[in-house]
Design a protein around this ligand. Structure first.
Ligand code: WT7
Length: 640
């Protein structure tokens, strides 16, 4: 993938950490430790262990890792009890904001007693270590309570995003062989109650292994009732608030989370306890420079994604953070809702996704300008490569040019952040995830697995095991080996393209399946998209390679314009040509109102390729809004 590289890397902007932040930063060096295992032992000591480990890493049967072998701890104890025992029970754990504007303030003491009650209720329902619990909830505090209660009794949770269908839910319940589902009547979505229980009823009818369904009352809407159903507020509220957390083995399974497969059967990514919590906790402390006494942290992800697991539940709570949790969408009841929340709770650390940032750019600069965002001190990004122009917009319009941006690269499989700037250390470059975090051995290699020199491009790999790595794919060791460890033998293959710049900093180029081959040149979709977004008229762009009789593949771009502007597609084509070189000039640019995205906000280029090649659309079931495809296709026909 080296051909297009010479044209790129023109980025010269650099941003040093604010002096004040650097002077008091939690982490003051990004140097790799000489002894990686000793480094992770030190980080593991940030947690409270009931029994010390005998061995830091057992890698005798690669790629099946065991971390902190023989150690014992309780995850919920580490997230709750120990803070309350340290006298911090009155600290707010969660400022919860419902979409309709209802709120709840939950202290660490409150959260602990609710988790103890829920743990007792689960035990009474026959759930224990070795069992799986499916969680299908909106963004309400009970989602965190359900996860922590499951962890507290040594059982394993499988959270399924509340937007998924009957098929997705029943498939995940069956694959994990769960015996309990925790759900709600519904949740608020775009100003209206949206039902969850009917989906669960249909799914449970297909899953004879489910013994009980525990139902939180959120919206108060009518629900059908079966003899497996129990109300949360009756069952949990009746349970005792006394519960002593028992310690479990460091490799006890904590959760299974299914990656949102767009093609094949979803993979149940398995994470365990000691190593996972160590890295989730350390990275949250290091990358967000969390000061638990003064910071107000807000991660806008849904708990149904790994970001919600590691950076709403386990990372922040293990660090005693005060955080905001928001139920709804960014445009309900108005497009300033996020900024209103930042202003109201004086949020200091904000963690969101490029897709959201580009949407805010599209909505216009004047919206965030109408709110007081001066409490912010650190901004995070995750989920996709962030285009340099979106990065600059985030820095300027949200961060008032004085908040470091931490662009964190990681995956469901890695469990926690792997590459990121450190806010008190790194001189950031817009669009780059920069460097592996301390203790992480990442590299970019060529087809043969050789490390590429600075200036070169290839595949992102991880050379050494890390504490929060997936342990396997649930029930399918062979697929674990095949997917991640067959390509380069002893290195983990992440599936992302990447390049190293002249300083050795790493730039992510998107999934390797998204690389285009145009007249024999490898061109990354991410780079053409970033070139388009760097034009002032463009808010968002998605690029695909469509079969072309002369060039093999040709670049077809789908573009959303910024609010209120009109643009000439030839101007945009020439802009790309000027920015990246003539080989990268799109054959065709479509102006569209929306882009097809998965529910986690990733662009589904596969469907756009179908449109660009005039094919019938493939599977659209993971799309957030399936009507978008007909809008795009009809626009495509009329422009020809
Ligand atoms: C894939 C993993 C990590 C939590 C959310 C997504 C892409 C993620 C970045 C980033 C460039 C990124 C990669 C990765 N990705 N963060 N900062 N820069 N790309 O978790 O659903 O498992 O997706 O998301 O392609 O492989 P996921």
């Amino acid at each position: 993938m080296s051909d297009a590289l010479e044209n790129l890397l023109s980025e010269t902007r650099r941003f040093a950490p604010p002096a004040e932040l650097a002077a008091h930063a939690n982490v003051t060096s990004d140097a790799q430790p000489e002894d990686r295992l000793a480094f992770w032992e030190t980080q593991a000591r940030r947690l409270s262990w009931a029994k010390d480990w005998d061995q830091t890493l057992d890698w005798s049967n690669p790629p099946f890792a065991k971390w902190f072998v023989g150690g014992e701890l309780n995850v919920a104890y580490n997230c709750l009890d120990r803070h309350v025992e340290a006298g911090l029970g009155d600290r707010v754990a969660i400022h919860w904001e419902g979409e309709p504007g209802d709120t709840r303030t939950i202290t660490y003491s409150d959260l602990l007693s609710e988790v103890k009650q829920a743990a007792n209720a689960l035990t009474d329902l026959g759930v224990g270590q070795g069992d799986r619990v499916a969680i299908y909830l909106p963004m309400i505090p009970e989602a965190a309570v359900a996860m922590l209660a499951t962890a507290r009794i040594g059982a394993t949770h499988s959270v399924v995003f509340g937007g998924f269908s009957v098929d997705a839910l029943s498939g995940r319940i069956q694959d994990a062989d769960a015996k309990l589902v925790i759900t709600a009547d519904g949740g608020y979505r775009r100003g209206a109650p949206s039902a969850l229980k009917p989906t669960v009823d249909e799914a449970v009818a297909l899953c004879p292994g489910i013994e009980h369904v525990l139902v939180v009352r959120r919206t108060g809407q009518e629900v059908a009732w079966t003899d497996k159903d129990l109300w949360w507020h009756e069952t949990v509220a009746k349970a005792s608030t006394e519960h002593t957390a028992q310690a479990f083995d460091a490799e006890n399974p904590l959760f299974i989370l299914y990656t949102s497969g767009t093609t094949a059967k979803p993979k149940g990514i398995l994470h365990t306890t000691g190593g996972y919590l160590t890295q989730a906790s350390y990275t949250h402390h290091a990358v967000f420079d969390l000061k638990p006494e003064t910071d107000v942290y807000w991660c806008t992800a849904d708990i149904g994604w790994v970001t919600g697991h590691s950076y709403i539940v386990y990372g922040p709570l293990s660090n005693g953070a005060t955080q905001v949790m928001y139920e709804g969408t960014p445009d309900t009841p108005h497009r300033g809702r996020f900024w209103e929340i930042v202003q109201k709770y004086k949020v200091t650390i904000l963690y969101t996704a490029p897709t959201a940032i580009r949407t805010f750019m599209k909505w216009g600069d004047d919206i965030p300008a109408g709110f007081d965002l001066s409490s912010l001190r650190i901004l995070g990004s995750v989920g996709e490569p962030i285009n340099p122009e979106a990065w600059m917009w985030y820095r300027e319009h949200i961060g008032a040019n004085n908040c470091p941006i931490v662009d964190t690269w990681w995956q469901t499989e890695t469990g926690a952040m792997m590459l990121s700037p450190l806010p008190g250390v790194t001189h950031t470059k817009p669009g780059s995830a920069m460097s592996p975090l301390p203790g992480i051995a990442a590299d970019v290699v060529d087809d043969q697995g050789n490390s590429v020199p600075n200036g070169g491009g290839g595949y992102l790999v991880l050379r050494e095991p890390w504490p929060s790595m997936l342990r396997t794919i649930w029930g399918d060791d062979a697929r674990y080996l095949e997917t991640y460890w067959s390509r380069f033998g002893d290195m983990y293959f992440a599936g992302d393209g990447a390049k190293k710049d002249e300083d050795g900093n790493i730039w992510l180029l998107g999934r390797v399946d998204d690389v285009m081959l145009v007249s024999g040149h490898n061109i990354s979709t991410t780079e053409v998209e970033s070139a388009l977004v760097s034009h002032p008229d463009v808010a968002e762009a998605a690029v695909v390679g469509a079969t072309d009789p002369t060039t093999g593949q040709a670049i077809v771009a789908f573009v959303i314009l910024r609010g209120g502007v009109e643009s000439d597609v030839d101007v945009l084509r020439n802009h790309v040509s000027k920015t990246l070189g003539p080989i990268c000039k799109p054959r065709q640019i479509m102006i569209v109102p929306e882009l097809p995205k998965t529910r986690s906000g990733k662009i589904m280029r596969r469907l756009l390729r179908d449109v660009a090649e005039n094919r019938t659309l493939g599977d659209v079931t993971t799309l957030q809004d399936s009507s978008i495809m007909s809008l795009i296709s009809s626009g495509m026909q009329s422009s020809k």
